[in-house]
Structures are given as structure tokens and as C-alpha cells.
Design a protein around this ligand. Structure first.
Ligand code: ADP
Length: 594
């Protein structure tokens, strides 16, 4: 705020005061001049009346008999209380109430006095002069004497204007006092008005400052009924309006932020030149290298360190189409494929580009898995079908000739049909597990009982391979929370592999360990083992270390995939430890309770 001297209020007050002083001075001057004129005019009028009376009296006295001018002058002068002079034609004094008889002869000739000259010429003459004898200004009025003994002379009356001056001086005093009082009063009123203006301006200023400072809740709440009141109410309305708009905007922004941060899609907004203005949390997940964006600031696109995205943004900005969609690969880590769609709004710096990133990595992977799966299934089916077709054709050609051959080919057909059946069975089972069509019903089960049931199923294979299978499940590890049929299927698959991929007569052990919340079940063999480079993919569908070997043993390549899905479905995990020619251990965990 400016200092008091520079403030608007003081400037206004000073102007006020100057105007008041000027008006008062002008008023007083006008009053003074017009009053003094009025008083002089009144004095002149009175004097003219007196002069005519005096003239009349003089002429009457002269008509009655011989007259002594000096005596008459004294008589009339006494009666009127003023100086009366009778001047002969030619200017010599005949009588003067203000002079002694002996001084008359010495008196100056009055023929040149202005009032005397004017009276003789115009019928009446006046003049105002300061008298050397009295010291006051005197008003002289002269009338010509047209008849009688003094004809051709002039009768002159002189009136002391000291009285008029005194009246004027008193009037001046009253005027000054009144003017001063009026001035003081006006000063007070002007100060008061200035104070009102100052308060109002202060109030407006504080409100505007509050609005600038972001405090929109401030209200003046004036009950004034004048223009200031209107202004205050308008300001209050402005605050309320801004407050409401701001709240609306805030709500909208929060809603938008909520939407943006809740989206699984990454969203990025850039200006029309490709500088990043805004990103959502999902996008940060895709691009961890992205620095914190300053609010209101922008970050060059280069910080994304994703050339594919940079290229797409350039094209979206420079291209003819306002929309663009494509896939970009980020090298990661983690490596991802993102489907990007961009929409451009406006041009140049003021324009903007909105990019939405959709993570299609999993979709791509699933697509690849499905492709592989179809290829694998076709391939797996073709082998037995070709064998069956070959055997059937041969049978057809040579059936009657050689009964031994008939039996051989029929056995081949049967074997391959069995293969096909187990392949289709495994596929169906995997399909059921994956589509969750088969509901697992976990309950408390005995690991030992499940292992023994599996052994009973595998009895023919075990006997054939003369495998030495042992089950070591201590009491504390016997209880697990699992679906009994699923647990049995897991153990069958693992035991079948252990027996199949081990030399004849080799030992196979089923062990279990109770470990806190979990039970860990292991199937260990001392067979051929798995080379380390195959371990990461061993649980994939159709993945085999040696396909012909697996097929020879009736494997479908789906056993471990089924194990993995079932274990995960039961809330556990599966892992393998293996070394070529040393043997393998497949270990899976199960929860101990619900
Ligand atoms: P398969 O029907 O071929 O046995 P699996 O999914 O059960 O299919 O096993 C996948 C591959 O893992 C097998 O082909 C085999 O090469 C290897 N494998 C599984 N279990 C063992 C094991 N105990 N010892 C050695 N190799 C194994």
C-alpha cells in the first residue's frame, strides 16, 4: 500500500480542501464587494434625500428674507449632523458648517471639485475622497442652486463614510468567522468521506488480495444500500462464483486423476511438440526410467528411452492423420509389447497428443503358445495316425496271405490307438484344468495314502521296469490340504516319469517334509537326469528332452504340464533339481490347512 501522502485518499482530500477554500474565498469576496457597494449606494441615496431637503430649506429661508449663507450652513449642518457647504457661483465658499466664519475667506476655491463640476453640469454630483482634515473617507454630494440669492452656486453635503466602513469591517469579521467555521466543517466532512472511501477501498483490496491468495471463502457481507454496497456484493458474488467453479474444477480434476490412476492402460499426454506433460502410474510401470514430472513442467520425450515410442510420437505429430495405432516393443527389462493409440488435438506448442498404451505382452505370448500348441498337437497326432494308416493299408493288401502279419499289424494299430487315446486323454485333462472346468475340492488328505494309490495304478509299469519304489512319509508330514484325485494324478505323473527315465531296477523314493504351513513332497530317482539347458522349459506342454525316447515310453509330453497346473491350482509350487546321469528330484508343496 502507498504511504499516507501518496495515497488516493490524501490526494482526494487535498483536492477537496482546495476546492472548498476556493469556493469559500470566492463567496466571501463576492459578498464583501456586493455588501460594500450596497452600503455605499444606501449612503448615497440617503445623502441625496438630505441634500434635496437642505436645498429646499435653504431656498425657503432665502425667500423669507435676507439670508446669511454661513449661518444657514451651520443650522442645516447641525440638523442633519453632517458637514454642509454653500458654494457661490465661481467656487468661493459662502458658508461651511465645518469651518469658522473667519476661515471662510482663506478657504480654497471649490470650483474645480469634481462633485461641484458634476452638479453644475449634470444637476447632481458625487465624489468620495479621503478628507485631509478628518482622516476618514468622505462622501460628497452636491446640488446646483438654481434660484434665490445663491442662484448659480452649489449646495454640498459631506458624509463621513467611517460609519459605513465600520459596518463593513464588522460584516467582514462575521464573514471571516462564518467562512472559517464552514471551512472547518467542510474539512471534517471531507475527512469523514475520505475515511469512508479509504475503508471501502481497503475492504475491496483485502478481498481481491484474498482471492489472489486463493482464499475464496472470504466475504465482505455488506448491508450498505449504496453503490459501494453493490460493489461489495458484486465482489462477494465473484468470490462465491470463483470458489464454486474452483471446487467444480477440483472435483473434475480428482475424478480424472482417479480414472487415470485406476487405469490399467498407460496414458501419456504431450504438447504439440512431443514434450511430456502428464503420465499416469500405469505408464510409469511401463517406463521405470521416467523421472518425476514437475507439475506444470514438461519433460522431453527422449527420457522415455523407447525409440519405438519416440518414432510413433513423431509420426503422430507430423503425419497427416490425427490418429495413429501401432505396436511398439520395449526392450525392458521387463521386455514388453505395447499397443499404442495416439490422438492429436490442435497444432504446435498449443496442441496436444494423447497416447494410450495397452500391454499386449501376455496376449502376444498366449497367441504364440496357442500357435505352438496347435502345431504340437497336429504333429503329435500325425505320428500315430500315419502308423495306423500304414498298418491298415498293409493289412488290407496282404490280410488273407499271412495270418502272422495280420496279428503284427493289428498289434501296431492297437498300440498307436492307445497312444492316441492317452494323448487325447491328457489333452482333455489339461484343457479341463486350464479352463477351470474341473473344480478342485481340497480337503485334508494323507500324502502316504495318495502315494500308495498312485503306486497301485502304476503297478504294471513298476513291475515291468523292476523299479524299487519306497514311500517315506513321516507322521508330521502326512497331512496336507488337497484334492485327493489331483494329488494322486500329480504323484502318478511324477512316479511314471521317475520309473520311465531310469534304468531298470533303479530306486525311486517318495519323501515328504512338514515345513511350517506347508508340506513338501519329493519324488527322487537315480535315472538319466535332465541337462540344465532344458530345465527352464521342462514344465511346458509338449516339451521333451528327447522326443523319440519319450514316445517310445508312451509319453505325451503333457505330464509335467498337468503336474504344474494341478499344483498351482492347489495353492502350491513345483520345482526340479536334476543333473545328467545322476538323477532328478521333482519337489512340490501343498498347504497343510485350508
Ligand atoms: P513325457 O510324457 O514325455 O514324459 P512329461 O511332461 O512328463 O512328458 O516330461 C517332459 C520331459 O521331461 C520328458 O520328455 C523327459 O524328457 C523329461 N523328464 C521328465 N521327468 C524326468 C525324470 N524323472 N528324469 C529324466 N527326465 C525327465
Amino acid at each position: 500500500m502507498p504511504g499516507p501522502r501518496g495515497s488516493l485518499r490524501w490526494k482526494l482530500t487535498l483536492v477537496h480542501w482546495a476546492v472548498i477554500a476556493l469556493v469559500l474565498a470566492a463567496g466571501m469576496l463576492y459578498l464583501h464587494v456586493s455588501l460594500s457597494r450596497q452600503l455605499v449606494a444606501l449612503a448615497e441615496e440617503g445623502l441625496a434625500r438630505d441634500a434635496r431637503l437642505a436645498l429646499h430649506h435653504l431656498l425657503e429661508a432665502a425667500r423669507r428674507g435676507p439670508a446669511d449663507a454661513d449661518a444657514l450652513a451651520h443650522e442645516i449642518g447641525r440638523a442633519l449632523g453632517m458637514r454642509v457647504t454653500i458654494i457661490a457661483a465661481g467656487g468661493r465658499l459662502l458658508g461651511d458648517s465645518g469651518l469658522a466664519a473667519q476661515d471662510l475667506e482663506r478657504a480654497e476655491n471649490h470650483a474645480a471639485r469634481p462633485e461641484v463640476v458634476a452638479a453644475l453640469r449634470l444637476g447632481m454630483g458625487k465624489d468620495t475622497r479621503r478628507s485631509a482634515t478628518v482622516g476618514h473617507p468622505l462622501l460628497y454630494l452636491a446640488l446646483p442652486i438654481r434660484e434665490g440669492p445663491f442662484a448659480g452656486g452649489v449646495l454640498r453635503l459631506a458624509r463621513d463614510l467611517g460609519e459605513v466602513e465600520g459596518t463593513l469591517a464588522r460584516m467582514r469579521g462575521i464573514l471571516y468567522a462564518g467562512g472559517g467555521l464552514a471551512f472547518l466543517l467542510a474539512l471534517g466532512i471531507s475527512l469523514g468521506a475520505g475515511e469512508v472511501a479509504r475503508r471501502a477501498i481497503g475492504e475491496i483490496l483485502r478481498t481481491v488480495e484474498a482471492i489472489i491468495g486463493g482464499d475464496f471463502a472470504r466475504r465482505i457481507g455488506s448491508a450498505r444500500r449504496d453503490e459501494l454496497g453493490d460493489l461489495f456484493r458484486a465482489l462477494d458474488a465473484l468470490s462465491a462464483h470463483v470458489e464454486a467453479r474452483l471446487a467444480e474444477l477440483r472435483l473434475e480434476r480428482d475424478r480424472l486423476e482417479g480414472i487415470l490412476s485406476g487405469m490399467a492402460e498407460g496414458v501419456m499426454v504431450t504438447d504439440g511438440e512431443g514434450s511430456i506433460l502428464l503420465v499416469n502410474p500405469a505408464l510409469r510401470g511401463f517406463f521405470p526410467s521416467l523421472p518425476e514430472l514437475l507439475p506444470g513442467g514438461s519433460v522431453p520425450l527422449e527420457v522415455l528411452r523407447a525409440p519405438g515410442v519416440q518414432e510413433a510420437v513423431r509420426q503422430a505429430i507430423e503425419g497427416r492423420d490425427a490418429r495413429l495405432a501401432r505396436e511398439v516393443e520395449i526392450l525392458g527389462p521387463p521386455q514388453r509389447v505395447l499397443a499404442l493409440s495416439a490422438g492429436r488435438h490442435g497444432e504446435g506448442r498449443a496442441g496436444s497428443l494423447i497416447l494410450v498404451f495397452h500391454d499386449v505382452t501376455e496376449l502376444k505370448r498366449l497367441e504364440a503358445v496357442r500357435r505352438d500348441f496347435t502345431a504340437n498337437v497336429s504333429h503329435e497326432l500325425r505320428t500315430p495316425l500315419t502308423a495306423i494308416q500304414g498298418a491298415a493299408e498293409t493289412l488290407h493288401d496282404s490280410a488273407s496271405a499271412d495270418p502272422e502279419a495280420v496279428r503284427r499289424f493289428a498289434a501296431t494299430i492297437t498300440r498307436h490307438c492307445r497312444r492316441l487315446t492317452s494323448l487325447v486323454d491328457d489333452l482333455l485333462e489339461l484343457g479341463r484344468i486350464e479352463s477351470k472346468g474341473e473344480r478342485l475340492q481340497p480337503r485334508e488328505v494323507s500324502v502316504r495314502a495318495a502315494a500308495e494309490a498312485a503306486l497301485r495304478v502304476l503297478d504294471p509299469l513298476i513291475k515291468e521296469r523292476r523299479a524299487k519304489v519306497s514311500v517315506e512319509v513321516p507322521g508330521e508330514a502326512d497331512r496336507a490340504w488337497a484334492d485327493p484325485a489331483a494329488l494322486e494324478r500329480i504323484l502318478i505323473n511324477l512316479l511314471q516319469n521317475a520309473v520311465s527315465y531310469s534304468p531298470e531296477g533303479s530306486p525311486v523314493r517318495v519323501t515328504a517334509r512338514g515345513d511350517g504351513e506347508e508340506v513338501a513332497v519329493s519324488v527322487t530317482d537315480e535315472g538319466e537326469g535332465i541337462p540344465p539347458e532344458h530345465l527352464p522349459r521342462i514344465f511346458e506342454r509338449f516339451y521333451r528332452v528327447d522326443s523319440s525316447r519319450s514316445r517310445e515310453r508312451g509319453g505325451t509330453g503333457l505330464g509335467l504340464a498337468i503336474v504344474k497346473h494341478l499344483v498351482q491350482g492347489l495353492g502350491g509350487g513345483v520345482e526340479v533339481e536334476s543333473a545328467p546321469r545322476k538323477g532328478s528330484t521333482f519337489r512340490f508343496t501343498l498347504p497343510r490347512g485350508a
